[in-house]
Unconditional design. Sequence first.
Length: 534
Amino acid sequence: VAMPTVLSVTMAVGARLLAKQEAIVSRLSSIEELAGMDVLCSDKTGTLTQNRLSLGDPYCLPGVRGEELILAGALASRAEDQDPIDLAVLAGVSEAKSPQAYTILHFRPFDPVSKRTESEVKGADGKIFKVTKGAPQVIVALSQDAAANSQIQAQVEALAAKGIRALVVARAEAAGPWKLLGILPLFDPPRPDSRSTIAMAQAMGVKVKMVTGDQLAIARQMAAQLGMGADILDAGTLDFADAAKAAENLKRIEGADGFAQVFPEHKFRIVAALQSAGFIVGMTGDGVNDAPALKKANCGIAVSNATDAARAAAAIVLLTPGLSVIITAIQEARRIFQRMNAYAIYRIAETIRVMLFMTLSIIAFNFYPVTAVMIVLLALLNDGAILSIAYDRVSFSDRPEAWNMRRVLGVATILGVVGVVESFGLFYVCDRYLHLSRDFIQTLIYLKLSIAGHLTVFVARTRGPFWSTRPSSLLLGAVMATQLIATLLAVNGILMAPIGWEAAGFVWIYALTWLFIEDQAKLLSYWILDRKAR
């Protein structure tokens, strides 16, 4: 009964802690997935880079002046969209060539599929023409001028080798063919913390894969700058339609450090392929077209300034730009997982301990060790106080987390069996040597189950000795307060036979002695289970 409540409260408290780190959780179960994430597909622009584009010196084809090229690019831009590329181009227009002198008859905004913008423009002389700007491969495909195409492609590759993004501009008179004008270079430097953040993610067992719509050469140059590796794939070379190549595709996707010239459908299929290989996949995105991939990922992450559609599809919404907040969120999620894992071990061990001891006592000795009222008191005091485990002080793991039920059940069973031996030891001493009444023994057993049960929390919460990590003040205070109440009930005989302070002190010493025995049993069980796993 208590387990779903405690786990839900632990995740809810964790979600509140994540919110303080500027990461809003919209689905509680995503905290577990974030803790276990081992692959993060990260967008480049705005996440790995600063998304502060500045316009460089334009590259013009013969017969085209630089200011004409920038003006054409500006006419294919719209300031009200607040698009960083459009704003960078508009900022480069000189006052003498202001686009205000032209009338935009129709504007086609950028979308991730067409990868270009287009405007139908009416000049001051009344002539109508069209301008377009966008990804080099898209704009070059519009032109029939082989020589111009070759010049543009050569220059784009040269810029890409330097990590400079190229925006190609073209113009068409009325219904005439498209004519290439030149290239507008755009600079988008990496965020200062991106390289160190990626190194930290890799140290935590999370492989970061760049996913970008930019050219292959730009992606490779940026990946090299950030220390991500140089194996960047052109997403267009992945044949998802051919089932016979699925295994080959999966092998390439697994080994890749990133993907360039990516369309929205590629993101979805890359995530699906990694999931089919058993990875827990995180995906960052900000646009409407990212929504399917964000929904498909185990942990979809909408970055700052994401659209409403992306936020609705994501499990976690970031309020600040950059990758560092994601790493902080992963660390906090792993702490939350540690608390849930500790509680699961404790709760299963206690269930085995109480139920097995009661059953064997009834069968072997025809003795009911605790009354129904005592069971209710155990549930109210112990399970109520254990909610404070949501605030426990724990360290995050340096590897992705996952529920290892073999380990959880193994450790919990060992602790449970040790607890049964501990309870029968107390019963044997009281019944055979001290010859106490059964009512008196019931109260002793109740107090022992209450004290030893809560002390088990301190054993379950660490993999090393129970003193290796100091518990939070709230958890320690809650345990001490509830056990003081349990002791007062037993001493004064409230709802049970009174036992006095001397007998209560004996039970405390007995339980504390067995705490060290339980801890050694836990260390042994981890050693055996880890050895078998290896």
